[in-house]
Design a protein. Structure first.
Length: 393
């Protein structure tokens, strides 16, 4: 989870409120845009062609299960032109797709079969788009406005290789006058709570664009069982955690009568629960210490505390945990640090300021972005070999 999730969500709500006067000027779209995308293939990175888009930090960054690096260049605010989505293959081959993007709140997601890339765009219509890297076609699958609801955030993610999960909010619940209340904090808080309770998770068929409610308003998906048959869900209105049947959400049971941000639950019996030692707040990022419990007969039994960060990490470090939970990295202005969780061994693997970092799904490599002399660069550290290599440009 990114730094200060709670702060981001509140900011996103105010962005929605500021745009309310324009909500009802948008007519419902009865069809979806689709268009062919230009693709170019090179044996090395063609910097002359794409250099200007990477003089600033890339707005999209992924490390795929195939060890491909996916980057999206930053667009110019002066012109509505496509930007390069660059895929650097593990065999060094470089594929470039030219797409339109949203410059302010951009996010990309890769489907489990590695074929589709979802992203947010403003042109030719604002919403969530999906690029099919096989057919070289991009399609608007979720317009910003649909059936009186607007997209709450531009952060889609794949449930599977055929469906996206997005969040929408009912525009009727937004009351601009209650926010513009000359500093009335109580009224503003009431409006924010009402908005949170009206946020709805929806599932989108990326082939047809068909959109259905996944959960009732006010409920948020936490995780999906390995067999895709069950969800863990937080009820934001009642602050409870539920186990919900995926194909029949009315079948549900209460797991916990409380919820804290950063909560993690296993899909095992007995149920194991992890939570930050100090849950994040608006003024405090998530703790790097996780307290682990076992739930038995409705009682939490403390098991252990795991420290994913380390005192050797600079205090301002952002900490990302490897998918296998055996390693963590801390990064920021002081470089990149790697920790082996069980031995608590820490080593510094990069001294330059790190802009962003990603684990590959097998937890054997870390990709990270640094600022080079001309453009931003991507390096990959191989944990098994103990070596790093520049892969972009």
């Amino acid at each position: 989870m990114r730094y200060n999730e709670a702060n981001f969500k509140l900011t996103a709500i105010f962005v929605i409120l500021l745009n309310v006067p324009y909500l009802f000027l948008i007519a419902r779209q009865e069809h979806l845009f689709a268009m062919k995308i230009k693709e170019e293939v090179f044996t090395s990175v063609p910097m002359i062609k794409i250099e200007k888009y990477f003089r600033s930090k890339p707005i999209g960054f992924l490390f795929s299960p195939q060890d491909d690096i996916i980057l999206v260049g930053k667009p110019s605010f002066e012109e509505s032109q496509p930007v390069p989505l660059v895929i650097v293959k593990s065999n060094k081959e470089v594929h470039i797709f030219w797409i339109y993007v949203t410059p302010f709140t951009f996010y990309i997601a890769l489907s489990p079969n590695h074929r589709f890339i979802a992203y947010s765009a403003e042109f030719p219509q604002k919403g969530i788009w999906v690029l099919d890297t096989f057919t070289k076609e991009t399609k608007l699958v979720a317009p910003e406005f649909r059936d009186g609801k607007m997209i709450f955030t531009d952060f889609p993610y794949f449930l599977d290789s055929k469906h996206l999960i997005i969040k929408r909010v009912d525009t009727k619940q937004v009351e601009v006058s209650s926010v513009k209340n000359n500093g009335n904090h109580q009224k503003s808080t009431q409006v924010l709570r009402r908005l949170l309770s009206s946020i709805e998770e929806e599932i989108v068929d990326i082939e047809t664009g068909e959109e259905k409610s996944l959960l009732p308003p006010g409920e948020e998906l936490i995780s999906v069982s390995p067999d895709k048959k069950w969800f863990y869900v937080v009820d934001r209105v009642r602050n409870k955690v539920l186990k919900v049947k995926a194909d029949n959400p009315s079948v549900r049971e209460e797991i916990l009568n409380w919820y804290v941000p950063g909560l993690r639950l296993s899909w095992t019996t007995p149920l194991y629960i992890g939570m930050p030692d100090q849950p994040p707040t608006l003024d405090r990022p998530p703790s790097n210490k996780c307290r682990c419990y076992k739930l038995e007969n409705g009682t939490l039994i403390f098991q252990k505390t795991v420290f994913y960060g380390d005192n050797k990490f600079p205090r301002t470090s952002i900490v990302y945990i490897a998918p296998n939970k055996k390693y963590s990295v801390g990064f920021g202005k002081s470089g990149l640090y790697l920790k082996q969780i069980d031995t608590k061994k820490v080593m510094r693997i990069e001294k330059k300021e790190i802009i962003d970092a990603r684990w590959n799904p097998s937890s054997t490599k870390v990709a990270y972005i640094v600022k080079g002399k001309e453009v931003y660069e991507v390096w990959v550290y191989n944990i098994i070999r103990g070596s790093k290599q520049k892969v972009f440009p």
